[in-house]
Design a protein around this ligand. Structure first.
Ligand SMILES: [Zn+2]
Length: 317
């Protein structure tokens, strides 16, 4: 079976080192096996993801030498590769789940959920306490007259486990550790969990390489694969890059963004430094993405978050 990997960024700003780190590992992992790479723009929240960022992202990836075989411009038979143009597929999947009696409307606001002091997951998300799980049809109808509901998936009291290609075995009890999760927000936006499963399956993705912040969402996605009768890909979760002070790197860290880095560093310098942080390149010396194919080795990649050294990405030294 041919390996098909993917980049699936959500371009709500210029990409930063963390995004590039993830794209680099996804690219190396697929290309080293002679595989293909799909670029999918996760722009469901179109207000937050203006098109100019998606175009800039493609330009930045090309500059880095991280190429793809199917995507917004490269085309391909599984397109379109922008989630904002694929909502009919997500709606169809939602209807299949609804037909199984597993979807119910939830009228809770974020404020109400926080006020209910529902327990939180480790990642800070609320474990839904099931407030709207057993509303009668009449109650739901009466509430729907006042507020558009979100839609949640009923999850069972079951353990879901999988073996991550990089992080090893991961187990979660869906009901206890997660709770009934959102498939569609009250404003009509499909949830990440549903869209990512539908798309990865439809695009024939065989391996998903992404940040460790998504490790905990994988059991939910595996449950959706199961319910929809789809084959899940292999998962590889990669450590997150942290700012020198230990905070999660974000779009607000301007000095970690490509707008700041591109004028100062060549693509080869940037990739060499990232490969060094990823543990498989012995020094921070410049390398092209293609040159790194010979060195890339999952076994060398750390499993814990990586703090960026203070000066590594400053003007070259
Ligand atoms: Zn609710």
């Amino acid at each position: 079976m041919q390996t098909i990997g993917r980049f699936a960024p959500s371009p709500s700003g210029r990409i930063h080192l963390g995004n590039i780190f993830c794209c680099l590992l996804a690219w190396l992992s697929a290309r080293q096996k002679g595989g293909r790479v799909v670029l999918r723009i996760e722009d469901l929240d179109t207000a937050r993801c203006p098109r100019r960022y998606a175009l800039q992202l493609q330009e930045d990836l090309r500059w880095l030498g991280l190429d793809w075989d199917e995507g917004p411009e490269a085309g391909g038979e599984r397109g379109p590769y922008e989630q904002s143009r694929r909502t009919a597929l997500y709606r169809a999947a939602l209807e299949r789940l609804s037909a199984k009696g597993l979807v119910y409307p939830c009228f809770c606001t974020r404020a109400e959920l926080h006020a209910a002091s529902a327990p939180h997951r480790e990642d800070g998300q609320i474990i839904y306490p099931g407030t709207c799980r057993s509303l009668t049809a009449e109650q739901a109808e009466e509430r729907a007259g006042r507020r558009a509901p979100a839609l949640r998936l009923r999850v069972p009291e079951e353990m879901w486990s999988f073996t991550d290609g990089h992080m090893g075995r991961y187990v979660e009890n869906l009901a206890r550790d997660c709770g009934d999760f959102l498939l569609c927000r009250s404003d009509g936006l499909f949830a990440y969990q549903l869209a990512v499963v539908v798309d990865d399956a439809a695009m024939g993705i065989t391996e998903v390489v992404r940040g460790a912040d998504l490790l905990a969402s994988t059991p939910r996605q595996l449950y959706l694969y199961h319910l929809l009768g789809l084959d899940p890909p292999a998962f590889y979760h990669v450590p997150l890059l942290l700012a020198p002070d230990g905070r999660r790197l974000s779009k607000r860290d301007a000095d970690a963004g490509l707008a700041e880095l591109r004028p100062r560093l060549s693509a080869e310098e940037l990739l060499g430094k990232l490969a060094y942080l990823a543990g498989f390149h012995p020094s921070a010396s410049p390398r092209t993405a293609r040159e790194l194919l010979a060195e890339f080795d999952w076994a060398q990649v750390p499993k814990t978050d990586i703090r960026l050294p203070e000066s590594l990405f400053n003007a070259d030294k």
